[in-house]
Design a protein around this ligand. Structure first.
Ligand code: AP5
Length: 290
């Protein structure tokens, strides 16, 4: 019988090392589970900014669009059900996505919290999410609203290229790869998403305005929405994104970063010097005795 278990010998050493380093870095971070939602229309930059905030706060990045595309590519029963709606730019059923998110939140990499990207997309999904989190005794900390005018989205969407294995995103004009058509890290070919056409974008935007904008309004009423200026250049959006999480937690993270820095660059060399002094002084002591 086929199993999903993975043989560690098959994982490249660089991947194992970077995962080990990530775990060491994240071990010192607070155990408060930070839960963020990134919301906005297609092409507003959710997928560009999420990996940055994920690294900053040691979260996991749960993108329903990526999970559904992986299921479609693997032709799983879920993928077969989702494909038709996705190709047309419509939403797949609430039950399908709620099920995959419920499962994904339990992953060990989500222990310090998670970023929900592309979920919830309907008020029904938002209410189910509140129920799921309520049962675990946690709640959403912040919703980052990637507010942007529809007029700039067609150029962003039709110029986007993706490295499927890593999820790295490029843009022919705004974030070009070093070699056109190839991933900067692996040199593998980049691809365009099937729904990244001007025609399908119209349906996706329609779905956003009718079904997902009410989700942002739902969270606005709870007072947890931080509005971003998503039309700005990527670096400026990143700066705004970093201000999004609750202030108390940011201060705590700043304290930890400062502690790590101080310990690594000031305390460790001092300890090293103290050890050398001890060796030198004890050898002087030996000379005196003899
Ligand atoms: P999904 O994969 O979630 O797509 P989406 O919401 O349409 O969002 P995108 O990934 O297109 O946009 P993004 O905001 O991440 O943009 P990016 O950062 O890449 O969903 C796909 C489909 O799955 C849905 O249509 C639906 O069928 C289904 N689905 C998913 N979740 C569902 C759910 N919960 N319920 C039901 N159905 C669901 O940026 C775009 C481009 O712009 C990039 O090339 C980037 O380099 C560039 N760029 C980014 N930021 C900037 C900037 N500041 N300035 C200039 N260029 C920029």
């Amino acid at each position: 019988m086929a199993t999903n278990s993975m043989n560690l010998e098959d994982i490249p050493s660089e991947s194992l090392m970077s995962e080990l380093l990530r775990r060491m870095k994240c071990a010192s971070k607070p155990d408060k589970r930070l839960i963020l939602i990134v919301a906005g229309p297609p092409g507003s930059g959710k997928g560009t900014q999420s990996p940055i905030i994920k690294d900053e706060y040691c979260l996991c990045h749960l993108a329903t669009g990526d999970m559904l595309r992986a299921a479609v590519a693997a032709k799983t029963p879920l993928g077969i059900k989702a494909k038709e709606a996705m190709d047309k730019g419509e939403l797949v059923s609430d039950d399908l996505v709620v099920g995959i998110i419920d499962e994904a939140m339990k992953k060990p990499s989500c222990k310090k919290g998670f970023i929900l990207d592309g979920f919830p997309r309907t008020v029904g999904q938002a209410q189910k999410l509140d129920d799921m989190l309520g049962k675990q005794g946690v709640k959403i900390d912040k919703v980052l609203d990637f507010a942007i005018d529809d007029a700039v989205l067609e150029e962003r969407i039709t110029g986007r290229w993706i490295h499927p294995a890593s999820g790295r995103t490029y843009h022919t004009k705004f974030a070009p790869p070093k070699v056109p058509g190839l991933d900067d890290v692996t040199g593998e070919p980049l691809v365009q998403r099937k729904d990244d056409t001007a025609a399908v974008l119209k349906s996706r935007l329609d779905a956003f305005h009718k079904q997902t904008q009410p989700v942002i309004d739902y969270y606005s009423e709870k007072g947890i929405v931080a509005k971003l200026h998503a039309e700005k250049p990527p670096k400026e959006v990143t700066d705004e994104v970093k201000k999004g999480p609750p202030k108390k937690l940011r201060n705590f993270m700043d304290f930890y970063s400062c502690f790590e820095y101080t310990f690594g660059f000031i305390v460790m060399p001092l300890l090293f010097l103290a050890q050398i002094s001890a060796v030198v002084c004890s050898s002087i002591g030996d000379d005196y005795d003899t």
